[in-house]
Design a protein around this ligand. Structure first.
Ligand code: ADP
Ligand code: MG
Length: 643
């Protein structure tokens, strides 16, 4: 792990200043896994190396805005790939920013990204699945070791002296060497000595194909040169224009997909993209992608997010997160502004008065793109929802302006869903609801099984009325913010009076209430410390009782979550509703023994709470009551036996 511990001077080699270091343990582990699981996809190493070369050129072009001298007498930024078919080697050159010795150690010998250990823990040993994961992690440089048994990096920073070059070399097995180097050109050359079976990658025809495939979208020329014939002028192989600057009609889907992979380090294809040029008060081009799979660090607060920002085609910064709201953090892409200043910084961006408008427009673009996806590709949208639905839900809380659009994009598990799948939209729900149903019913639960079995649903179920089963952590908040959809109010079936279709406003104090008034009163007196009131239930069919919150109270689930997070929540008492058709209630109303009446009443309430997923305040007392009843039963049994 510790770089310094792992290093030793390679005295045996006799070269001044040459040191051998051990790879960080995570790097070693990752290398092994990667070589193994990416083998069927080995050509991607070229994409990764070209991608790094392009990034390095981008970075230098940016620094040269402030300090043109950095470009020296070599102002044209480019990438060159040399092949040496005789020796089975290739090298990728850039004349970009380069690396210092320390940068080389930090960037190549260690993995700085947080969550690496967690990531490695997710590896399954199934190489197809692991290849997916590895792709998301963005192993980049290390992919060279899939095809090479020796990799050499020679580099010099653009602002360093010729004597400050560095050479790094490794066989990818556990150690690397590093030594000073006299290097005339700035930038980096990565040389791969190919494994015996990988000679195809030094074949010019094969290379030309791969370069076209992987770098047509890159803004720098990529040249191909024969190391064996230095007199032959190298040829430019790619189009060498930034993809987003070209007209949409000229761009093939394949090219869009390749740019996505360059931007995201994700090996799978994106689900959808949207490419737009905006003219007017603010001029910019945006190219936004929706990924198909969630990155392993989606829930990590420090995970990279945001767009790649260019100003007039000059790369300015990665992870510009000011252009989209947090709940769209899964979107990848590029924004190229025509009118931001080239020296724009994160602070300046924050203060830019026009930014809010761009952000609003980009947000709507993403939501439109998702609407289109949902309309045209149900499977694709289902995949999107299972990867990012939880994140998109945050939008209902954060972004009131777009709440209608967002609500339409939500998918829920309902009493009609296939298993636990969140596969129904609110429009699906409304299209099935009877004409006179003016509510969208939902139940909140800790998990699907509990919500689906909630006593609150019994009456609705028996009438065939669909209910949303909301069990995600964020659900209590989203129903709080949403309130209604297409003019239909959302109603918690466990709260307040339950209004059923065709009975809107029906009073509760009907004939039944009248008939049971003495019993209700007696139970209420018994439970007065624990319940607000006791009513005859109109929700229940099979259960003896349930608790409901009054219209204004916090939903019980929300209350439990707040309490669990240490917040003080004002105490409230629930309403107990009893099912007067249930035998247990009949038994209760016939009970003449006061102790037994109290025990039964408390147990009915305790069971209603347990069915809700609530914890009992005093489980020991509950157990005593149950035991008393069981013993009574036994006595009754014994006496029956005697007869
Ligand atoms: P990523 O590109 O996702 O950061 P890589 O493994 O591809 O991951 O590269 C790791 C880091 O090494 C880069 O972020 C960069 O700092 C450095 N690096 C790699 N290749 C080059 C290069 N050709 N020139 C300058 N720096 C490079
Ligand atoms: Mg890279």
């Amino acid at each position: 792990m510790d770089r310094e511990d792992g290093s030793r001077a390679a005295g045996a080699s006799g070269q001044a200043g040459r040191e051998t270091h051990g790879f960080q343990a995570e790097v070693r582990q990752l290398l092994q896994l990667m070589i193994h699981s990416l083998y069927s996809n080995k050509e991607i190493f070229l994409r990764e190396l070209i991608s790094n070369a392009s990034d390095a050129n981008d970075k230098l072009r940016f620094l040269a805005l402030a300090d043109p001298a950095l470009l020296g007498n070599d102002p044209e930024l480019k990438i060159r790939i040399d092949f040496d078919s005789k020796n089975g080697a290739i090298s990728v050159h850039d004349n970009g920013i380069g690396m210092s010795r320390q940068e080389l150690i930090d960037n190549i010998g260690t993995i700085a990204r947080s969550g690496t250990a967690e990531f490695l823990g997710q590896m399954t040993g199934d190489s197809r699945k692991d290849a997916q994961l590895i792709g998301q992690f963005g192993v980049g440089f290390y992919s060279a070791f899939i095809v090479a048994d020796q990799v050499t990096v020679e580099t010099r920073r653009a602002d360093a002296a010729e004597t400050d070059g560095v050479r790094w070399q490794s066989d990818g097995k556990g150690e690397y060497s590093i030594e000073p180097l006299l290097r005339r050109e700035r930038g980096t050359r990565v040389t791969l000595h190919l494994k015996k079976d990988e000679a195809e990658f030094s074949d010019p025809a094969r290379l030309r194909n791969l370069i076209r495939k992987y770098s047509d979208h890159i803004a720098f020329p990529v040249l191909l040169a024969d190391a064996g014939q230095p007199e032959v002028e190298p040829q430019t192989v790619n189009t060498a224009t930034a993809l987003w600057t070209r007209p949409r009609s000229d761009i093939r889907d394949e090219e869009y997909r390749e740019l996505y992979k360059h931007l995201s380090h994700d090996m799978s294809d994106p689900l959808a993209w949207s490419h737009n040029k905006v003219e007017g008060k603010r001029e910019y081009t945006s190219l936004l992608y929706v990924p198909a799979t969630a990155p392993f660090d989606l829930w990590n607060r420090e995970a990279p997010r945001g767009l790649k920002l260019y100003v007039q085609r000059v790369f300015i910064m990665d992870q510009a997160d000011q252009f989209l709201p947090l709940y769209l953090r899964f979107v990848k892409g590029v924004i190229d502004s025509a009118d931001l200043p080239l020296n724009v910084s994160r602070e300046l961006l924050q203060k830019d008065a026009g930014l809010e408008a761009i952000r609003g427009a980009l947000t709507r673009r993403v939501l439109d793109m998702l609407e289109k996806l949902a309309a045209n590709d149900a499977d694709g949208y289902a995949g999107f929802w299972s990867a990012f639905g939880q994140v998109l839900k945050e939008g209902l809380v954060e972004d009131a302006q777009n709440s209608d659009k967002l609500a339409g994009l939500m998918r829920f598990a309902t009493t009609r869903s296939e298993g636990e799948k969140q596969d129904q939209s609110l429009d699906d729900y409304l299209s099935r609801a009877p004409q006179d149903q003016d509510r969208i019913y939902y139940v909140l639960g800790d998990n699907h099984a509990q919500a689906a079995a909630s006593p609150h649903l019994e009456q609705l179920k028996s009438r065939g009325i669909e209910v949303l089963l909301l069990t995600d952590r964020i659900d209590p908040w989203i129903v709080d913010h949403l309130e209604e959809y297409r003019g239909k109010k959302l109603q918690d079936v466990g709260r307040g009076q339950l209004e059923l279709p065709g009975e809107a406003g029906a009073a509760t104090d009907n004939a039944l209430d009248e008939e049971y008034r003495p019993l209700l009163k007696k139970i209420r007196r018994t439970l007065k410390e624990r319940v607000d009131t006791v009513n005859v239930s109109r929700r229940l069919v099979d259960s003896a009782a349930c608790v409901v919150a009054s219209g204004q109270d916090l939903a019980p689930r929300l209350r439990r979550m707040l309490e669990a997070s240490g917040q003080k929540v004002p105490p409230t008492k629930p309403i107990l509703e009893i099912n007067v058709r249930h035998p247990l209630v009949t038994r209760l109303s016939a009970e003449t023994d006061n102790v037994r009446f109290a025990d039964l009443s408390h147990i009915v309430l305790d069971h209603a709470l347990l069915a809700e997923g609530a914890a009992l305040e005093n489980p020991a007392v509950y157990v005593q009551r149950i035991n008393r009843l069981l013993l009574d039963m036994e006595k009754a049994g014994v006496s029956r036996g005697v007869e």
